[in-house]
Design a protein around this ligand. Sequence first.
Ligand code: ARG
Length: 402
Amino acid sequence: MAERAVLAYSGGLDTSVAVKWLKERYGYDVVTFTVDIGNVPNLDAIRQKALKAGAVDAVVTDAREEFLSDFVFPSLKADAVYEGEYPLATAIGRPLIAKLLVEVARQKGAVAVAHGCTGKGNDQVRLDVGVGTLAPELKIIAPAREWGMTREQLMRYAEANSIPVPTTRKSPYSIDENLWGRSIETGVLEDPWREPPADVYLWTRDPADTPAKAAYVEIEFEQGVPVAVDGKRMGAIDLVTALHALAGEHGVGRVDHVENRLVGIKSREIYEAPAATVLLKAHAALQNLVLTKDQLRFKSMVATRYADLIYNGLWFSGLRHNLVAFVESTQEYVNGTVRIKLFKGTCTVVGRKSPHSLYDISLATYDKGDTFNQADSPGFIRLWGLPSRLQARAQEGILTED
Ligand code: ARG
């Protein structure tokens, strides 16, 4: 019996050709594996397609729930956003795919796993590092990184091997989607000066065409995890889907970013992340109410590092494991509700409340009921400014620029 490889299969031309190519080049019987993390409308159709393309077996699974609970929400609690712009949807999906590929490879007795990534992007790193960390015994093959075929050659290869080729015109963009967001690159987007054409966007309306009336939405969190929308408790998938629709309708969640890839190049990418944009904003606003300034400052350093780890394919690492412990301990009191206004592409926090809020109106108010003792301030200021006064006296030059 031939050795087996498990191929992460999307149903597209590349991975369909890869089924055949892996047999030809490496002699493997190919088991395909397709996972729905919010990107596959019909798993069964993909399964049939894989078998037609020559797979000896085709495994499909719906991992949407696990994706949200074990990958997306931990990242939300960490406020993980890459370079201040990208909510990391694609990047967060990869470690889950790597983990499931390993599980299927073990179930099916495969000696190798394969995926459709090219040799220029971040995704090859995320999958290779993930699989290599979890299952060092497995060989990893990325056919598109090795075969050097153009799209024309791919089409001819497919036709010659009776692999069904797409009948619809190929999108001018390279697109990756999951429940947390949609990533769009290549084509005219490669010119960073050029405004993205309207056809780039699918999940968010052009803010020029959104409703003239703002929408308000209230999101409730328990220990940093969103659990209800407008007072209605929902499971993770329903909650994210509801916010996706509402925010998209109001044109919220568009990102146009020139990002620094791990492989050293800068690339221009457009993202649509309506639900992620709303949830990240709401989470931060609630957290701001219950954590101290020191906790918040430290946590924002952790957030940057955490986002870099995810982006750079190091989900399964000791450092992330350690950072998770920190992040979790910060979320204990992140309970409460945030009120968000969605209007013409903007998402604004207009209200927040928590049973553990550190906001004390009797300290903050300028009206009556003020309990802040202003007489304490002069003494505090004298001590606060003491090092500056001492230094100015002893080191006069410190106060001049030259
Ligand atoms: N640049 C993003 C990342 O590295 C998305 C990559 C996938 N994008 C795509 N359009 N295929 O995570």
